[in-house]
Write a protein that binds this ligand. Structure first.
Ligand code: ADP
Ligand code: MG
Length: 140
């Protein structure tokens, strides 16, 4: 077991439906600690910068548009194997394929408006966390 940090984003479909607390409860029930958190409304350029790895994908434009339709909540989560643990409780990208009990199964509206983002590797977690948070904002 290794203590890791991962970047989580609660997407605009979550803030629109007032589900921040319900999703935070699932995160905490899974043993992950929210050690940084802020609510912000991304600009188009900020959304494009965050999702730059997907720039060539067909859904890139729609995804960046969706991410600017309302506030998001960016978070740093800490825990044992936090990166894989959070991916597990998020569920599959497409909620139609997500396992019972996962956040996306319970809350996602569609493959695009799928409620949450979670980093997929240690390298990406480090760069995604630094995209949103300074060292002083992360209080473990
Ligand atoms: P994940 O968020 O599960 O890591 P990806 O990194 O592959 O998934 O995709 C990033 C985000 O892009 C997804 O969470 C989802 O919001 C959106 N997305 C992925 N695939 C599609 C698709 N086929 N159509 C529309 N949006 C998509
Ligand atoms: Mg991803």
């Amino acid at each position: 077991m290794t203590v890791q940090h991962t970047l989580s984003i609660l997407k605009p479909d979550v803030t629109r439906r007032n589900l921040t607390g319900k999703i935070n409860a699932k995160i905490e029930d899974a043993g992950l600690r929210i050690i940084a958190q802020k609510r912000l409304w991304l600009t188009r350029a900020q959304a494009e910068g965050f999702y730059a790895v997907h720039a060539e994908r067909s859904f890139f434009g729609d995804l960046c548009e969706f991410m600017t339709t309302g506030p998001v909540v960016a978070q740093v989560l800490e825990g044992n194997d936090a990166i894989a643990k959070y991916r597990e409780i998020m569920g599959a990208t497409n909620p139609a394929n997500a396992a019972e009990g996962t956040i996306r199964k319970e809350f996602a509206e569609s493959i695009e408006a799928n409620s949450v983002h979670g980093s997929d590797s240690a390298e990406n977690a480090a760069s995604e966390i630094s995209y949103f948070f300074s060292r002083m904002e992360i209080v473990g």
